[in-house]
Write a protein that binds this ligand. Structure first.
Ligand code: SAH
Length: 507
């Protein structure tokens, strides 16, 4: 058996979108991923679901013994011919012991590749708006550990040299020793008024930046309760933050937003919210699955020739219908004679992914409008509605007055029985800013998952609900919850628009 490779990959500073393309390529072919605790969970999703994923803190042993264990595990897997990704926070070769791991692999004769990552200093610089160098005042950067290995014979940093360093200093890991670091710099002649900043959770929605002159930084950091992971930047470049900062000015920066859609459908929304600066939490309140019985769907597929209209009221419905069609003898040509209706633009886009053009999308994206738009066109014809196994019956009932309607469930939607405890705690403590609700079912299912304290937090407005449409809003109000904002256009973009407006008003 040939020996597999080990890829030492930098996962970037925390924001999963900052991993490199090469890093994603390596993850995509991984059999085993060994990752550090600070690696963002979303980066792990770039590895196949079938890949084994091991967090180093789950390997037995405390910090000093863990290194050899991690290596043993990787070497054994590589010897079995597996593709191993060793995923490290930031860059593997900046305070990441990547060099030591590479040396060991070299000694064992295991081939390896090193994939750089955005190190925390660069992530913090970009996202806090601090240029690390500047022609006017900083011609060099020093990356310094604030956590010296006490076993090192020459353990003490050369503070005199650091205090005189003609550029920007960035201290990693030193948050517990900030007091000492600042004092050492001051003792060696660094002026107390030198601009400085602490950046915690850089590149994430929960990023915090505390600016203070060096002489006051330790006090300011303590007062703000800054804890790891954080780094310290010292130098005149910190003063440029006022103009260069952009991330912290995003409309949803630092706001906690709960996404409640099924997991498979929320990726796009999560990314957009993160681009707006939000701290996104997921609590999928419903899940989507196969219908209990494919019989009625298959029967309808067998006589597609009888129908003049095929109506979709969700993205899921489109994909489930086409997937089922593929399991039969038929292909999309079987729809050639049929007119297609979609309730809104997302459903229409789902059709277009199969090169199917919707013949009808109503002006307003809801059942009432779809009924009105169809009413003019389907009289006396045969209509097939492909939808979830639950939901409003309005469409079927109204169309049945004028047309011959068959309704089939192409997917099931059920409440999830349990949810992530940490997210539930945030809701219970009123620490979530917004909940996005995109259907009545989701609203009701969420309500069942929440503790009485969470209901209270929503009722008294500590946690605000943003709803996609009047129908969803009505369901929300029935739960006794106020609706803080309702989309003007009943789409995800419409929701984001009113959410941003609301957050601006609340600033
Ligand atoms: N190899 C990593 C550094 C590992 S040491 C890199 O290249 O970034 C861990 C230290 O990095 C933390 O103690 C903290 O000082 C810093 N760090 C990592 N992620 C950070 C983040 N998102 N924000 C601020 N500091 C971070």
């Amino acid at each position: 058996m040939s020996v597999g490779s080990v890829f030492l990959v930098g996962a970037g500073p925390g924001n999963a979108s900052l991993v490199t393309l090469r890093g994603v390529e390596c993850l995509a072919c991984a059999d085993l991923v060994v990752y550090d605790r600070l690696v963002p969970a979303r980066v792990l999703t770039f590895a196949p679901a079938s890949a084994e994923k091991v967090c180093v803190t789950d390997l037995a042993g405390s910090h000093p013994e863990r290194g050899p264990l991690v290596l043993e595990r990787m070497i054994a897997a590589a010897r079995q011919g597996r593709c191993v990704v060793r995923l490290k926070g930031g860059d593997p070769l900046v305070f990441g012991r990547g060099g030591e791991e590479a040396e060991a692999l070299h000694h064992e004769g295991i081939p390896f590749e090193i994939v750089p990552g955005v190190t925390a200093a660069l992530g913090a610089a970009a996202y806090a708006g601090i240029p690390l160098t500047d022609r006017r005042c900083a011609s060099a950067v020093a990356l310094v550990t604030g956590h010296e290995d006490p076993a090192k014979p020459d353990s003490a940093l050369d503070w005199e040299a650091l205090a005189r360093f003609p550029g920007t200093l960035v201290f990693y890991m030193g948050i517990g020793r900030l007091e000492k670091i600042a004092q050492s710099l001051l003792d060696h002649g660094k002026p107390p008024e030198t601009p400085a900043a602490l950046v915690q959770w850089a590149t994430l929605g929960r990023q915090r930046t505390i600016e203070a002159p060096l002489g006051d930084l330790a006090r300011a950091g303590r007062a703000a309760g800054v804890i790891a992971p954080a780094l310290t930047i010292v130098g005149p470049v910190v003063a440029f933050r006022e103009q260069v900062s952009w991330f912290e000015k995003l409309p949803l920066f630092g706001r906690r937003v709960l996404v409640t859609r099924p997991a498979q459908q929320s990726a796009d929304l999560v990314r957009k919210l993160e681009e707006l600066g939000a701290i996104v939490h997921a609590l999928p309140a419903v899940r989507v699955g196969e219908p209990a019985d494919w019989g009625p769907v298959d029967a309808a597929l067998a006589r597609l020739g009888d129908y003049q209209w095929l109506v979709f009221t969700s993205v899921n419905g489109v994909h489930a219908f086409v997937r089922r069609l593929r399991t039969t003898e038929l292909d999309l040509r079987a729809l050639g004679h049929i007119r297609l209706a979609a309730i809104g633009p997302a459903t229409a886009d789902a059709l277009r992914t199969y090169y199917l053009k919707p013949d009808l999308v109503p002006q307003e994206y809801r059942s009432e409008s779809l009924v009105a738009a169809l009413a003019e066109r389907v009289a006396g014809q045969r209509v097939l509605l492909a939808r979830a196994d639950r939901g409003r019956e309005l469409l079927r009932e109204e169309l049945a007055r004028i047309a011959s309607v068959d309704q089939v469930a192409v997917y099931s939607q059920e409440d999830v029985p349990a949810a992530d405890g940490a997210v539930l705690d945030l809701l219970r403590n009123g620490e979530m800013d917004y909940i996005i609700l995109t259907s009545s079912n989701i609203a009701r299912s969420l309500a069942r998952l929440l503790a009485p304290e969470a209901h209270a937090a929503i009722r008294d407005g500590r946690v605000r609900v943003v709803s996609i449409s009047p129908v969803t809003s009505a369901a929300v109000r029935e739960l006794g919850w106020p609706v803080a904002a309702e989309a003007r256009v009943y789409t995800m973009e419409g929701v984001l628009e009113v959410l941003v407006d609301l957050a601006r008003r609340e600033r």
